[in-house]
Design a protein around this ligand. Structure first.
Ligand code: GDP
Ligand code: IMO
Ligand code: MG
Length: 424
């Protein structure tokens, strides 16, 4: 079986935990999009692992980890993640493959990301400042792009970097009034990256097709969430990759029809970090309750996440564009203690009923959510292992959302830990 796990909201749905659980039955776990803007958490016993570039399957012994073509790799983050896990006794290097065609995020990308956001002021996107947008822009522009395979030929890399640095310095000084960056320091860093990473580089597309032919089970791990997809999300308040399942074939080189089961991950409510429209946002004490109880602070940047009621219009759209087979719903425990829980079942724009999510933000900004109210529960559910052990109102909540989404909710999260998961 080959699986693909994707986020159905604006990221941080709990993909790391779901991937870690599914990886138990897989041979290979693949990251295919995004970069170190991702922060995927896995909690094992009392230990919390936050992964940014390494696939979340890495915590399962013997799993091969692949970073595929369309990931933008920040070598500094990757090396520090490898070292962090090695220091905890988890050996990574002998089972990690990095695409030679993946593009590299360097210091000037992160600087450009920060400078652009600062210059935009209140119009900013609220990026993670991890250099994601500038790196993907250089990739699409081609002339100033640096790929992982460039680490194999350092003389050639120095020549390429000289051209890039000259161009970027014009941008930094003339447009942003910032200090220029130096070529020598950047090149020294690249020499170090080459010494650490060059032997991990390979043709990951060839490896994945060979492995699938041999009958290996592959799990594709999406980063971010479908509503942040560059082409299908709430543009421009999105990331710079196709982070729905639609990005998986292009990102990994493996056609989508080789995926047997697509798993969509959502929370029992909505969250969003950064700017952009959010129809069911709770800018009140209920939103604060969810943020506190669910510990809704960014895994990568520590920023407080905006919280709101479950939006079935938005999630149903994600289910549709991803052709989701089954759903994993995390953080049901976070809703414990609410007397009434609202679910947005449709939108209204003026007199019109809207059931298909308008991803165009000019239309999305006009929508009025139509809510259905359900009774809440007060019992502690954090140690429930079976669906039947949940309070009746919690069961009804799950079943109501299943009805709205038209897909089975097969996993239910009742706490952050690896084993706080109900399998149905
Ligand atoms: P990802 O980016 O989709 O992997 O999600 P993040 O790791 O950024 O954010 C999810 C957060 O929720 C992490 O802190 C997880 O440890 C936590 N988490 C995951 N599932 C559950 C759950 O069912 N209940 C609670 N309370 N926390 C959860
Ligand atoms: P995971 O994989 C939540 C958001 C940022 C910002 C927008 C653009 O952990 O779910 P970027 O740095 O990508 O240019 O920022 O996208 N964003 C995420 N939000 N989870 C993520 O990843 C995110 N990655 C990017 O907050 O609004
Ligand atoms: Mg995250």
């Amino acid at each position: 079986m080959n699986y693909c796990v994707v986020g159905l909201q604006w990221g941080d749905e709990g993909k790391g935990k779901v991937v870690d659980v599914l990886a138990r039955d897989c041979d290979i776990v693949v990251r295919y999009n995004g970069g170190a803007n991702a922060g995927h958490t896995v909690v094992i016993d009392q230990t919390r692992f936050a992964l940014h570039l390494l696939p979340s399957g890495v915590l399962r012994e013997g799993i091969i980890c692949v970073i595929a073509n369309a990931v933008v790799v920040d070598p500094e983050v990757l090396i520090s993640e490898i070292d962090g896990l090695t220091s905890k006794g988890i050996d990574v290097c002998n089972r990690l493959l990095v695409s030679e065609n993946a593009h590299m995020v360097l210091d000037y990308h992160k600087l450009e990301d920060r400078l652009r956001e600062q210059a935009l002021g209140r119009h900013k996107i609220g990026t993670t400042a991890r250099g994601i947008g500038p790196c993907y822009a250089d990739k699409a522009g081609r002339t100033y792009a640096i790929r992982m395979s460039d680490l194999r030929d350092l003389d050639n890399l120095r020549e390429k970097l000289a051209v890039v640095v000259e161009f970027k310095n014009k941008l930094f000084t003339a447009v942003y009034g910032a200090e220029p960056i130096g070529l020598d320091g950047l090149f020294e860093k690249c020499k170090y990256y080459a010494s650490r990473l060059a032997n991990l580089l390979t043709d990951t597309t060839e490896f994945l097709h060979r492995s699938i032919k041999e009958g290996k089970s592959v799990l594709f791990e999406g980063a971010q969430g479908s509503l942040l997809d560059l082409d299908h999300g709430t543009f421009p308040f999105v990331t710079s990759s196709n982070c729905s399942l639609l990005g998986m074939p292009a990102g990994s080189g493996v056609p989508g029809k080789l995926v047997d089961v697509s798993v969509g991950v959502c929370k029992a409510y909505m969250t969003r970090v950064g700017a952009g429209p959010f129809p069911t946002e709770l800018d009140n004490e209920v939103g604060q309750y969810i943020r506190q109880k669910g510990q809704e602070y960014g895994t990568t940047t520590g920023r407080p996440r905006r919280c709101g009621w479950f939006d079935a219009v938005a999630v149903r759209y994600a289910v549709t564009i991803n052709a989701i087979d089954q759903i994993a719903m995390m953080h049901l425990d976070t809703l414990t203690g609410q007397d009434q829980i609202e679910v947005c079942k449709a939108y209204r724009i003026g007199p019109d009923l809207i059931e298909f999510f308008p991803s165009n933000i000019d239309r999305l900004r006009l929508v009025q959510p139509i809510y259905h109210s359900l009774p809440g529960w007060r019992e502690d559910i954090s140690s429930a292992c079976r669906f039947e052990q949940l309070p009746t109102n919690a069961q009804r909540y799950i079943e109501y959302i299943e009805g709205l989404l038209g897909r089975p909710i097969r996993m239910i999260g009742v706490g952050p830990s690896r084993d706080q998961l109900i399998l149905r």
